[in-house]
Design a protein around this ligand. Structure first.
Ligand code: MCA
Ligand code: AMP
Length: 487
């Protein structure tokens, strides 16, 4: 079984079935097969070979899907980049992954560093439309890398997780069967396609099951009610911030939406049990929470049939082994807190060009997630935090060190530390505590400077000036001793 053979159950066997609507246009699976074939023909003419990296910096659009399917056929390595990233963040990823080109759109061009080969997405689509629609298939196996997805893992520097076709196959195949996808489903896709939640889960469940997908450029809470009412999805995948936004929908409308929604999946950040309860009361739909990582795709999920227990991430998926270990790597018993380790065909085998970071995270085939977890006697796993000081805001990850380093480059800032503070919608938002020269400190000038160099979700929501940062005798900042934010 290959990833493409599973896609073919839709691309070939359901060729005339409606597959997708996006921005008022509709596409059958057969049309997607042709579009990706034409793009693959063009990419070959542009001299791309199996194993070459090709990056995209795009909002959700059908061209991202064409690129992904063409990548599977040709054995390319697709490198997605978060659209909210700015020059500094792009520079790191693009110099690390060294893709042949970055596919982007004109409106995004101003954020792209000099010296990068750019292919305009619209021009590429026009060129591809003149190509033959005959399929080119390179010899790929389940071990062929398909994507380099950047994540910070358990340490600061952003690293590319090398995910293979087999990793995506294992993940998608399990989710389609465990979550009981059929070709009758209607999946509302608002998650970004540059992260594994929207891409690895959403796109793969759709293509493997042959269901229908309505894709939006992004999630916009002002439109969410209308989207649900008009499209009537049976399936929705979201991050907690999206479910919190959906609670703004009035009671009667929410009940009607909930009637048709057989599967609402939350992940990427903790879903407060309170939101789980409120959603159930309002929509009559019980959110299914699951847990994954970029490096591993999905590991643990509440069951489709059976108890979806609020505040927990459920049970290991059927192809995944899990264990909870202490600092020394020894198993701990049930109801004892430890680090979650995972193993399975969904887990990638390492970071691109970083043998040391790979050796630190993978031990005897087990991946150390850095997530702190506890397992109940009946097997349900609850996440309790992380070993690192990762902040998750609206489902996007923020590594404090990256912002701290940038702050220290700014005039007048002598010391800086960044922490996550609770936010009712996004879960957490970053706040900076700084020691700065009174004479040169200028917050009004600092904000736009940082905004041009950081994704918007990483921009500190407040700057708190303190006389000194609380430190241990060894100089490590004690974040828990920082003064609370004044409201
Ligand atoms: C968000 N923003 C965007 C986009 N998404 N801007 C342009 N294009 C986008 N696609 C910006 C907004 O401009 C705004 O910036 C801020 O983000 C919040 O937007 P708002 O409309 O107020 O949205 P919200 O209602 O607060 O909801 C935020 C969101 C967003 C749409 C839920 O956080 C989001 O898309 N999250 C999904 C993240 C995700 O897919 N994570 C999966 C990672 P400003 O702040 O300047 O106003 S994969 C993963 O974690 C693992 C593997 C897993 O388990 O899934
Ligand atoms: P990423 O680096 O984007 O792959 O993010 C992966 C991290 O998101 C995991 O290590 C967890 O800390 C977090 N995460 C994913 N799903 C959940 C969940 N359901 N509950 C809590 N945290 C989650």
């Amino acid at each position: 079984m290959t990833l493409l053979s599973l896609f073919d159950q839709s691309l070939i066997q359901r060729a005339s079935k409606q597959a997708l609507d996006f921005n008022g246009k509709t596409y059958t699976f057969g049309e997607l097969e042709d579009r990706s074939n034409r793009l693959a023909q063009l990419l070959i003419k542009k001299d791309l070979k199996q194993g070459d990296r090709l990056s995209f910096f795009l909002q959700n659009r059908v061209d991202v899907i064409d690129l992904w399917i063409a990548g599977v056929k040709l054995g390319l390595v697709i490198v997605p980049v978060n659209v909210l990233y700015r020059e500094r963040e792009l520079k790191h990823i693009l110099s690390d992954a060294s893709p042949t080109a970055l596919i982007t759109s004109k409106d995004m061009a101003s954020w792209i560093p000099q010296g990068i080969t750019i292919w305009d997405v619209d021009q590429l689509a026009t060129e591809a439309s003149h190509e033959s629609s005959v399929r080119i298939e390179n010899k790929v196996t389940n071990d062929t890398p398909l994507s380099l997805i950047y994540t910070s893992g358990t340490t600061g520097a952003s690293k590319g997780a090398v995910l293979t076709q087999g990793n995506f196959l294992a993940n998608g195949h399990t989710l389609v069967s465990d979550w009981q996808f059929t070709d009758k489903d209607r999946y509302l896709a608002t998650l970004p396609l540059f992260h594994v939640h929207g891409l690895g889960n959403g796109i793969h469940c759709w293509l493997m099951s042959g269901c229908h997908m309505r894709l939006t450029e992004r999630f916009e809470h002002a439109h969410a009610q209308a989207w649900f009412e008009e499209y009537k999805p049976t399936v929705f995948f979201g991050v907690p911030a999206m479910f919190i936004r959906l609670l703004e929908i009035p009671e009667v409308a929410a009940k009607a939406i909930g009637l048709g929604l057989r599967l609402a999946v939350s992940g990427s950040a903790p879903l407060p049990a309170e939101i789980h309860g409120k959603f159930r009361a309002k929509f009559g739909s019980v959110i299914l929470e699951r847990y994954g990582m970029t490096e591993t795709l999905m590991n643990v999920s509440n069951p489709y049939l059976g108890e979806r227990r609020p505040g927990t991430v459920g049970l290991p998926l059927k192809h995944v082994e899990t264990k909870i270990c202490d600092e020394a790597g020894q198993l701990v018993g049930d109801n004892i807190t430890g680090e979650l380790w995972v193993k399975g065909p969904n887990v990638c085998s390492g970071y691109w060009g970083r043998p040391e970071a790979t050796a630190q995270a993978w031990i005897d085939g087990w991946f150390k997630t850095g997530d702190i977890a506890i397992r109940a006697a009946d097997g349900y796993i609850t996440l309790q935090g992380r070993r690192s000081d990762l902040i998750i805001s609206g489902g996007f990850n923020i590594y404090p060190r990256e912002i701290e380093e940038l702050l220290l480059e700014q005039p007048g800032i002598k010391e800086a530390t960044v922490v996550g503070v609770a936010d009712p919608i996004r879960g957490e938002v970053p706040v900076a505590y700084i020691v700065a020269d009174a004479a040169t400190w200028d917050e009004a000038a600092l904000r736009p400077r940082l905004a041009s160099q950081l994704a918007s979700f990483k921009l500190p929501k407040a700057f708190v000036r303190v006389d000194a940062l609380p430190r241990t005798a060894l100089g490590k900042v004690q974040k828990h001793l920082l003064p609370p934010l004044k409201s």
